[in-house]
Design a binder for this molecule. Structure first.
Ligand SMILES: C[S@@+](CC[C@H](N)C(=O)[O-])C[C@H]1O[C@@H](n2cnc3c(N)ncnc32)[C@H](O)[C@@H]1O
Length: 334
């Protein structure tokens, strides 16, 4: 089988104008099967399940990174968003540089473009910290038979990576997150890369917000219980705008990123129908490509506290995003 042709045939479905989601989802499954087939023997060992721990959070194991492809809505929307960004940028410039931080073993969000835009002058820098994922990435691209003179492979930590002289990527992509921005290094990675990039560099995702919300159970006519979520207050944002706001503070003495504390008051009437307090995650991938609540594993609400018995008083939730070996939105309910 000509793997390159097969990859192009499968992934071309993502770019068809007729937004046929079932066709795209079936193509995504074939895409993963093809990539797993190429790397099967190399990512199936125990060591490929191990997360790697860093001072700014974890880098997930190779197998788990490969499995990110199973989040079909996420993967499809990221690919569509990246395509919009490339098309916008290529109208403005003859040559582009795309930096992909946290590629996993397959660079799955960018691979389709290396073929689709082979005739354009695009250079790709693929950055991955997990050495096992990095090795699989290189061997996958080799086995696919790609020309690699426009691809740079870098096995480094994106929270520390320093741009070489005269390096100014037009688009920077990183999906290094879990819901509620728990555990992984998205915030530190974007901080490091945003600080070094030009003001017109496109970041994908463009914006991530965390909000305090409440959930309540509704029983529908069909007797099916459905949870409804209500957003109350945005408490943390990752975007170029947020990074330049007073909410993001860099402590020079401790060499640490710090974020302002937020207070959210949930009034008695707001809690009267609620059963739980949650953290809600919303992601703007690029322009109109968004992941709304519960649409992807990345936007599943994070359960914080049961409030079904607590109808008589208001509650104050103090929150602050913290970076460390376990990055997270820290919460105190008073
Ligand atoms: C959630 S997976 C996503 C994999 C793939 N990009 C995708 O979207 O399907 C995140 C990847 O980023 C890598 N990663 C995490 N922290 C990193 C860091 N500080 N520098 C470089 N890569 C990192 C992990 O090892 C993992 O392969």
């Amino acid at each position: 089988m000509n793997l390159k042709k097969e990859l192009q045939r499968i992934t071309s479905v993502f770019f068809e104008d007729t937004k046929d989601y079932s066709k795209s989802f079936s193509a995504l499954k074939k895409y993963k099967k093809l990539l797993l087939g190429i790397s099967n023997e190399t990512i199936n060992n125990e060591e490929h399940r191990n997360n790697v721990l860093f001072e700014n959070g974890i880098a997930i194991g190779t197998l788990w990174a490969a499995n990110c492809l199973d989040d079909l809505v996420r993967t499809l929307k990221f690919i569509i968003g990246i395509n919009i960004a490339i098309q916008e940028k290529i109208q403005q410039k003859d040559s582009l540089h795309i930096l992909y931080a946290g590629t996993g073993p397959f660079a799955s969000l960018i691979l389709p473009f290396i073929l689709k835009y082979a005739d354009l002058n695009i250079t790709y820098t693929l950055l991955e910290v997990n050495p096992l994922s990095f090795e699989t990435l290189k061997s996958t691209i080799k086995k696919l038979g790609f020309e690699t003179n426009n691809i740079n492979f870098i096995n480094q930590d994106a929270t520390k990576y320093q741009f070489p002289k005269n390096f100014s990527p037009d688009i920077i992509i990183s999906e290094t997150m879990q819901r509620a921005l728990d555990s992984e290094q998205q915030v530190s990675i974007f901080y490091n890369l945003m600080r070094q990039s030009d003001s017109d560099t496109i970041f994908i995702p463009e914006k991530i917000t965390l909000a305090i919300g409440t959930g309540s159970s509704k029983v529908k006519k069909t007797d099916i219980q459905q949870k409804c979520y209500l957003k109350h207050n945005n408490v943390f944002e990752v975007s170029k705008k947020a990074m330049n706001s007073n909410d993001w503070l860099f402590e020079k003495t401790s060499n640490k990123l710090d974020f302002t504390k937020k207070h959210t008051v949930l009034k008695e009437e707001e809690l009267s129908t609620a059963s739980e307090i949650v953290v809600m995650t919303e992601i703007t991938i690029y322009r109109n490509e968004k992941l709304i609540i519960n649409e992807s594993g990345l936007t599943i609400p994070k359960y914080i506290k049961d409030v079904s018995d607590n109808k008589k008083e208001s509650l104050t939730i103090k929150s602050q995003y913290v970076i460390g070996s376990e990055p997270k939105l820290e919460l105190k309910i008073v």
